[in-house]
Design a binder for this molecule. Sequence first.
Ligand SMILES: [Zn+2]
Ligand SMILES: [Zn+2]
Length: 384
Amino acid sequence: MAKNYYDILGVSKAASADEIKRAYRKKAHEFHPDKGNGNAEKFKEVNEAYQVLSNQDKRQQYDTYGQTFEQAQRNGGYGPGEGNPFGGFDFGGFGGQGGFNVDFDLGDIFGDIFGGRQQRESRRNRGIDLEMGLTINFEEAVFGAAKTITLEKKDACKTCAGSGAEQGSKISTCPKCHGQGSIITMRRTIFGQVQSRTTCDRCEGTGKIPERPCHTCGGSGSLRQEKTIEVQIPAGIDNGQRVRVPGEGEAGYRGSSPGDLFLSIRVRPSKDFKRDGTTLLKELPISFTQAALGAKIIIKTLDGDIELKIPAGTQSGTVLKVRNHGVPYVNESGRRGDLLITARVVTPGKLSKTEKELLKQLADVRGESVEVDQGFWDSIKDSF
Ligand SMILES: [Zn+2]
Ligand SMILES: [Zn+2]
């Protein structure tokens, strides 16, 4: 779950820089780990929130995209030598990274490991990561589903295919940086000459310039437009988890790599089942006689109807396990959790004359004292 930095500091979205500063000081003071009732985790959160909200640029990015570029970069992909070598399932990432935790990654694992992502590309040019909520049904979360999503985003211009060049116009090497994408500048400081490298402003670091800019996008290579994509939601995904769809964020500058799309999954509750991780839970009302004598009952599972054996002498609250009828493990194909059925013995409310008689007889045999209402005695007398 993305943390809400405004909530963490306890200020409104419209809070002034001063208000944010004051709120931060108060919270930092309150949670400082050196204090008796300090809280290191909260202290870290407060600092993280302040880092973003106290910086005008970062705050604006956060307001617009729900995260900052740094976070997007940090979480956008696992390149060679950085982050998770398996590129995929990052279940353990709570707390450490801040911002985005990705629970399921639809990326090409090998592409990411072996440098499929252009790591050296300037941050300015890579497209922005996007985040959107996606609500799915309970069963779709359990079994996975193909979902069609329509979103409006900056996507590659169709006229120039993202190059930014007018059709038929040549793309030439940037005259300012000679195709390097960056410029080396020398500065004189008290330590002597200092050399620094900055992104070329003429070509935005791409090293290339179209002779004539595309008339549709004005040369940027991208346009705000609606796009429909199909995403395979993995089986076993849970409420609040996040799926990364690589390359479906905003288009990069003039054909630079696009950002990623992060889907925040919301799962609609089921009226028949509850879920605890990979375990499905269900309550089963059974009668007193079924509980006492045992029974075979047809029950509804997500895999269809099955026959459940209720052993004789089942107590109310007894949990019966149906193996492999729970939720699939999201990253282990074929492995599934169990379905746990809690038997609830229902005491009958309305009894017929015969039922009352039989139960009275049962109580007599068992030597149990029961108090039956007067009307019942009258009917018994009548029957003699
Ligand atoms: Zn240039
Ligand atoms: Zn264009």
